[in-house]
Design a protein around this ligand. Structure first.
Ligand SMILES: [Ca+2]
Length: 469
């Protein structure tokens, strides 16, 4: 019998007893500060045809939650398979080996088992735009090759303005430029990723591809701004009393990005437009890399993970940032395309956590993950996206300078949040009647039994919430 394997021209590269072609490649794509403004998530105007294509080949997770809504802690958690309490990384300027010197990270596991491990762009923390082009908080043992392309960022030549000029510390700079962006880090990252694919047709690779956009500054080619006429962009309208029941700790932890950053309605619409333009630019780069996989005939042998490191507010509760335990910040996009799985093209409403990515990917590749991992493989959801899964997902926040910690749990229907340290308080939202989390029910005496139950769910923690398999 002639099998597909025997038709492969290249001699099998044997690594620890397994032929190279039995080992799927991994394309692990991150986008920085990306929320659910994507076509495949049902957004009415954002154009993301290439990310939508990954969703059509895989499973789109509608209720995937990051463990900490800030770049560094979220990324070290998912890359190590450990929760922030275990990584002890609750801020940005710290690397995983500082607290866990012996950790085996996700790409390191693949590397240890013979995969060629490559990073282009931001996978661990990198201050954007401050440390773009540097390896400051990277993890060298994760990679055979690691490249941080430099980029012009806020110094890019083009048309735009600082929407927040003179209105506070944080800047929201927009720039629409001419051409494809040869001086942009994301453009170079895509080119290096294409080169990596072309050079490694005959050996398994783990390619970590980290795009900076739509992280600020919102810099993109003018043609992507042109996709979104300002007349089509509406600012978020919050109820007038929304903030009356938001705890003080939550308002402080959002840092300088509350109060609409001082932007008027026109500024806010321009900010949203620029954010969408950056998403479509990033999506275009994703498409170039997918085309290279197709051309190399590797798509059917490649597992693709696409994720945003946490969510992002575009004016909900007057916020323009991450660093919150509201749904817009705790929930983030996650799409997993693994060849041959039965759930391809479907969405899943089941709860998954970013800490689950590590054991999932290890299982898909047939690798044994370290026993210390704190997530749970969701491979069964890739075949049956509708099946019953975890009963809760956990996200935490900390603002050490202000002595604030927050812990939050969602059950799918409810969100319960507890703030400790300075300004202790609680929040409870019912997504069935209040999906935008405008009404904090903790003061409603009729919810006392529910409140008690959800406090118990938070305290019982991850083990009690695991899926029964
Ligand atoms: Ca409110």
């Amino acid at each position: 019998m002639v099998t597909r394997r025997s038709l492969l021209a290249a001699p099998a590269l044997l690594i620890r007893g397994k032929a190279a072609e039995e080992r799927p490649n991994v394309l692990f794509i991150a986008s920085d500060d990306l929320n659910h403004s994507l076509g495949c998530y049902g957004h009415p105007i954002v154009k993301s045809p290439n990310i939508d294509r990954i969703a059509s080949m895989g499973v789109r997770f509608d209720r995937a939650y990051c463990q900490f809504p800030l770049c560094g802690p979220s990324r070290t958690s998912l890359m190590s398979g450990l929760r922030p309490d275990s990584t002890r990384i609750l801020g940005n300027q710290i690397a995983i080996r500082d607290t866990r010197p012996d950790v085996v990270t996700l790409p390191q596991l693949f590397r240890n088992n013979g995969w060629h491990s490559v990073r282009v762009g931001k996978m661990y923390h990198m201050d954007v735009p401050g440390s773009v082009g540097t390896n400051k908080w990277d993890d060298p043992p994760s990679w055979d090759i690691a490249i941080s392309p430099p980029g012009k960022e806020q110094h890019t030549q083009g048309q735009g303005r600082n929407l927040t000029e003179g209105k506070g510390r944080a800047a929201w700079q927009t720039i629409a430029f001419t051409g494809e962006g040869k001086d942009q880090a994301d453009n170079t990252a895509a080119e290096l990723a294409i080169e990596t694919v072309e050079k490694n047709r005959n050996r398994p690779f783990f390619l970590g591809l980290g795009f900076l956009r739509p992280h600020l500054p919102t810099v993109a080619p003018a043609r992507f701004f042109d996709l979104y006429p300002l007349a089509n962009i509406q600012a978020v309208r919050n109820p007038p009393n929304d903030r009356d029941d938001i705890p003080k700790a939550s308002e402080i932890a959002i840092n300088t990005r509350a109060n609409d950053m001082g932007m008027n309605e026109l500024d806010r619409r321009e900010a949203i437009r620029a954010y969408y333009a950056c998403i479509s630019y990033m999506d275009w780069q994703v498409g170039r890399v997918l085309a290279a996989l197709d051309k190399a005939n590797l798509t059917r042998r490649t597992i693709i993970f696409f994720w945003g490191d946490h969510g992002w507010h575009l004016g909900e509760h007057h916020r323009w940032h991450k660093r919150s335990l509201f749904e817009e910040s705790a929930r983030a996009p996650l799409i997993v395309a693994a060849p041959g799985r039965k759930g391809a093209g479907r969405g899943s409403q089941s709860l998954v956590e970013f800490v689950d990515m590590y054991p999932t990917l290890a299982q898909l590749a047939g690798l044994k993950p370290p026993p210390v991992l704190e997530g749970q493989s969701f491979v069964p959801l890739l075949d049956n996206p509708g099946r019953t899964w975890k009963s809760a997902a956990f996200t935490q926040m900390a603002d050490p300078p202000n002595g604030i910690t927050g812990r939050s749990v969602t059950t799918g229907r409810y969100r319960y949040t507890r703030w400790e340290g300075a300004y202790p308080d609680e929040e409870l939202y019912d997504h069935a009647s209040d999906p935008k989390e405008y009404t904090n029910l903790t003061r409603d005496s009729r919810q006392a039994a529910l409140l008690k139950q959800l406090r118990g769910t938070l305290d019982a923690g991850r083990k009690a919430a695991q899926a029964k398999v």
